[in-house]
Design a binder for this molecule. Sequence first.
Ligand code: GLA
Length: 405
Amino acid sequence: MLKALSSFLLAACFVLQPACAQGTTGKYTEVGQRPQMGWNTWNTFACDINEKLVKEAADALVSSGMRDAGYVYVNIDDCWHGQRDAQGFIQADPQRFPSGMKALSDYVHAKGLKLGIYSDAGDKTCGGKPGSRGHEYQDAQTYAAWGIDYLKYDWCSTDGLAARGAYTTMRDALRAANRPVLFSMCEWGNNKPWEWAADVGHSWRTTGDIYLCWDCEYSRGSWSSYGILPILDKQAGLRKYAGPGHWNDMDMLEVGRGLTFDEDKSHFSIWAMMASPLIAGNDIRKMSAQTRKILTNREVIAVNQDALGVQAWRFMNDGQLDLWAKPLADGEWALMFLNRGDTARAYRFDWAAHGIADDVSGHHAEFGKKPYAYTDLWSGATGDTGKPLQMTVPAHGVVMLRLKP
Ligand code: GLA
């Protein structure tokens, strides 16, 4: 039945070519042009998931204002799977998802949201569930029939597989199923996807999993998880590979899960500056007003979603203080003063002394010569570059500005 439906859709697309304006090969280009935004089950719930939780998360995305701020993907991570049936089609776990995935996608879609799912290029997912290896086209058809809009595709149990081939196979399978799906690659940067995946996926993870700490590495034996600063530092050299439709993914957000208020703001600002996908990982059903305010800061989100699609770079460093710049559309800029250290730092920035030039995008600015008006995106304070900026950057904190010429 699924097979017949998919052949019919492919044939229809062939006959009605204008209706399939984006072409019928390669990755979908109608999605992923801005870093994707949404929520994912993994960071808080790991394998303890079910349809009630996913529906409640969808409800919370709407009631919290997150959907309207741009978070449209509701992503089910690992462990939703049941078994494959006699023909090899994957089933949802009947205990955890008794109404089935189609009913869940209908629920999510009715709220103006999109549904994401998770699989793995290997025999088994990282949680030991059935992977898609050898079932790629079948799985892509199943996801299309369920109304899935997003696929996170992991890299456990992949002995003997080449990453480029495996991810390209799933890209082609998604295309053959003829439902636009955002393809989120998750092989932790092991195979340098930034060098080959711009036409394969819409984003690729650049590191191992995020860990709930400011500056630590947590060893899990053969691999490590990393805190906020180590993940940031591991992006060195990668910005030239990112752009509209193909983003460096620094992993899901830990905002609202136990970092300090300043650390949460910094974490969110960094991900925004780096044009990383913004996928919340906290329990959004129960978040504090403070957490909601961070996640729905529209000014910071606008920096992340900017149409130019250029990732920030560190243009200066003064001890524990990093200065990052992100060129924006229409000659605007975002600047972030990041205090990596454990004590607050008073800092004076003399605009006249620092021109900046981006060797990736070609954008440059002389803030001292031509006056720019700026807004502090966390405090709301305003000013201009006519005189030096005197600020205090909290420990593990940021000052983030948007500048208009
Ligand atoms: C890997 C991924 C995580 C998560 C888990 C699920 O570790 O990197 O983001 O999807 O698998 O098992």
